[in-house]
Design a binder for this molecule. Structure first.
Ligand SMILES: [Zn+2]
Length: 272
């Protein structure tokens, strides 16, 4: 229904009204104030990777409902239709400005980007593939946390992804995270905070528990902008906030900067 697409709600920050086409042309940001709307993996692949370079792997993994929770299979089927994905993360190889890498992208549309056994396995495989093929790894995160419907199996993914991240570290390969709105819970408490360089999109909510839960627990009013990317940058949890329009260039530069030094890297040369 095109009429729904031509008149989206006004920008939540500046109130400007734009046609959907104008927001899409600005990579789903507000053309006036730059507010970043949430974006799905398929759209990110479009602006981030070189044309037709993305090759998905581990595409057909699905959850076995490990704790036999009633209704979970139905929820997964609904999520698959809504997000047009088989679970909450897509992983693949691609190039950015000609440089090969492994890329993972999460979707908040698939059960709030929650991490169950499939997300944990795909993130782990992406890390191990990067380590094996000596490629840099970039993961775009957005998540409400652990997948409650998988009980202890969802919590296990925190340890599993964290130990796979350590393999990248051992192999001396660069790992970059781009924190998108929102990144919280078990994903923040595991691989999302283990990158060599942690980038964030402007305004992204980044934290463990949400602000309402914290306010309710400590019975204090939280400061303005608490847990937003800008606040986390000031507090040292985020290294850099990068607008969507700049992400391809910045990530490409970071890959160049972190390119593994050749084995003969003594820094001296003998003149013959
Ligand atoms: Zn705006």
């Amino acid at each position: 229904m095109p009429s729904l697409n031509t008149n989206p709600a006004p920008c939540p920050v500046c109130g400007a009204q734009h046609k959907q086409e104008a927001i899409d042309a600005a990579l789903k940001t507000c053309p006036v104030c730059g507010y970043h709307y949430r974006m799905e993996p398929r759209d990110r692949i479009q602006y981030l990777t070189d044309p037709n370079s993305f090759t998905e792997f581990s595409a057909n993994l699905t959850s076995l409902n490990p704790i036999d929770l009633s209704g979970y299979e139905e929820k997964l089927s609904e999520a698959e239709v809504k997000a047009k994905m088989k679970d909450a993360v897509i992983t693949g190889t691609c190039t950015i400005e000609g440089k090969p890498l492994v890329l993972g992208l999460m979707s908040f549309n698939f059960m709030g980007g929650s991490m169950g056994s499939v997300v944990g396995e795909k993130v782990t495989r992406a890390m191990l593939k990067a380590a094996e093929e000596k490629l840099p790894l970039i993961i775009y995160t957005t998540s409400g946390g652990a997948r409650m419907q998988e009980g202890i199996f969802s919590l296990l993914q925190m340890a599993k992804t964290s130990s796979a991240a350590a393999e990248l570290d051992k192999a001396g390969l660069p790992f970059f995270i781009v924190l998108c709105d929102p990144t919280t819970g078990g994903v923040t408490a595991s691989f999302a905070m283990l990158a060599d360089v942690t980038l964030a999109e402007p305004g992204a909510l980044i934290g463990f528990a949400g602000p309402r839960v914290i306010e309710g627990t400590i019975r204090q009013t939280l400061p303005e902008g608490f847990q937003r990317a800008e606040f986390q940058l000031e507090k040292g949890f985020v290294d850099m906030i990068v607008k969507r329009q700049d992400q391809k260039r910045i990530l490409s530069e970071l890959i160049d900067l972190h390119r593994a030094a050749p084995s003969d890297s003594s820094g001296i040369k003998e003149r013959m």
